[in-house]
Write a protein that binds this ligand. Structure first.
Ligand SMILES: [Zn+2]
Length: 263
């Protein structure tokens, strides 16, 4: 796959507050998404580094791309900025316990997505352990920590800078700065955007969008990997009314046979 380096200007910020109803997956299906990425492996051959705000973000946004990189024998490194200890504010479960649970789930999800369920994924996992919901306050420091971690890779995939969720946006900005400094090609993956945007939304840089098609096997593995994320897709304590961060209507965006990146 050949991905030109592109660091376009930031898209206009979305509305500061996003509330349901989210854009239904059926709406997204009505309008095919742009430009299919041609097959090939140029950028991935140089290694893939993923920079994500939260432990699950890489699985959701670029799980198929990670799977493809591993299949191609490329080096893969995943840098998680926070451990995601604040996804259930108000829950009686301590943040540290929740974070440990999320990390375990994601470890299983990575092993599953690369076709080694129950084993270990050939993916180097690094955690920056910045406090969840506080990425913006640490952004400059994160850039400095990312520079040596992204250097030398063929491609960096990071949260989209205009995703409309502060931790995602800050992580994306920090990754962009680190890639600029090191000359690494950057692609950005949207997550929240699927909720607040519409298929004809002018706030979305559709001209920069590329579609990465998943093979049937990659899609099946991603589906199984998503089911590993129990703390995000089901109540923390069975029967309790804990908030479910990824209910079915949001999860559906990540069950597609393709992933969308901004280059
Ligand atoms: Zn996230």
């Amino acid at each position: 796959m050949s991905l030109p380096t592109f660091r376009g200007s930031r898209a206009p910020a979305p509305d500061p507050v996003h509330r349901p109803p989210w854009t239904a997956e059926s709406e997204w299906r009505k309008r095919p998404l742009p430009v299919e990425l041609p097959n090939g492996g140029k950028a991935l051959a140089g290694g893939l580094v993923v920079v994500a705000a939260h432990p699950e973000d890489p699985i959701l946004g670029v799980g198929g791309l990670i799977s493809r990189a591993v299949e191609a024998g490329s080096r893969v490194r995943v840098v998680t900025v926070t451990d995601g200890d604040a996804s259930h504010r108000g829950s009686k479960l301590p943040g540290s316990v929740l974070a440990a649970r999320r990390i375990r789930e994601v470890d299983r999800a990575f092993a599953t997505i690369v076709g080694n369920p129950g084993g270990v994924a050939p993916v180097e996992m690094l955690r920056l352990r910045v406090p969840d919901r506080a990425v913006a306050a640490h952004e400059r420091d994160i850039v400095q920590r990312l520079i040596p971690l992204v250097a030398g890779f063929g491609l960096c995939a990071a949260n989209w800078r205009s995703d409309g969720f502060e931790d995602h946006d800050s992580t994306g900005r920090a990754a962009e700065a680190a890639c600029s400094e090191t000359g690494v090609s950057l692609v950005e993956f949207p997550l929240r955007m699927w909720q607040w945007a519409r298929p004809d939304d002018t706030r979305v840089p559709w001209g920069r969008a590329v579609r990465v098609d998943l093979t049937e096997l990659q899609q099946a593995r991603k589906e199984r990997a998503l089911s590993c994320l129990a703390s995000q897709i089901s109540p923390l304590v069975p029967g309790r009314d804990d908030r479910v961060p990824l209910p079915p209507e949001k999860l559906t965006y990540f069950r597609r046979s393709y992933e969308v990146l901004f280059r």
